[in-house]
Ligand binder design. Structure first.
Ligand SMILES: [Zn+2]
Length: 179
């Protein structure tokens, strides 16, 4: 099998072509050639953000969502009058979950980057460099569960992928580039 550098899908070797050493599938070839002509293709255009800078961004985003979750949790706790029933703890956990997903979906859908990624000057885009939609941001947020479930192996994939794609980037056809 051969992996298309543009869409990240697997293809039989017969169905891909190598353009200046970059493997692309038949579907992505026209767009890739067009971008090569425009000088914005992977060969010279995108500067990919690697594992460690993204790790810093992830850490910052984690802090922000944890603090936000804690503040709302405290507010819920106060509203519940110190009652620590299952229902109250359940609501607090649910709020944490909602924040954990709505944060990347909102920021990535609207700006192409979470505050953490903005801080490192990164932007998440489609393989062709176009901005991602809210739907793509949502898909990416949920795919990220897989990266976490694989004992962070999915995140580490960004370390050795030529386009620095984590598992959830490969699933969603996204890349993380220098803005
Ligand atoms: Zn392709």
């Amino acid at each position: 099998m051969a992996v298309c550098a543009e869409c990240g899908q697997n293809f039989l070797p017969d169905n891909v072509v190598a353009i200046q050493g970059v493997t692309v599938c038949g579907g992505c070839k026209p767009g890739y050639l067009k971008r090569l002509q425009e000088g914005s293709a992977a060969a010279g255009g995108f500067q990919y953000k690697g594992f460690w800078t993204r790790f810093v961004a992830k850490f910052v985003d984690g802090l922000i969502t944890q603090v936000a979750g804690m503040l709302i949790g405290v507010a819920v706790g106060v509203a519940a009058g110190g009652n620590q029933s299952f229902a109250v703890v359940g609501i607090e956990m649910l709020i944490g979950l909602v924040i954990g997903f709505s944060y990347p979906i909102f920021f990535n859908g609207r700006y192409g980057a979470t505050p953490g990624k903005m801080m490192i000057g990164a932007r998440i885009v489609n393989a062709d460099g176009t901005p991602i939609s809210y739907a793509k941001a949502a898909g990416r947020a949920f795919s990220e569960i897989l990266s976490a479930l694989t004992l962070l192996f999915g995140y580490m994939m960004a370390g050795w992928d030529p386009q620095k794609r984590a598992l959830h980037d490969r699933i969603c056809g996204t890349i993380v580039i220098q803005k």
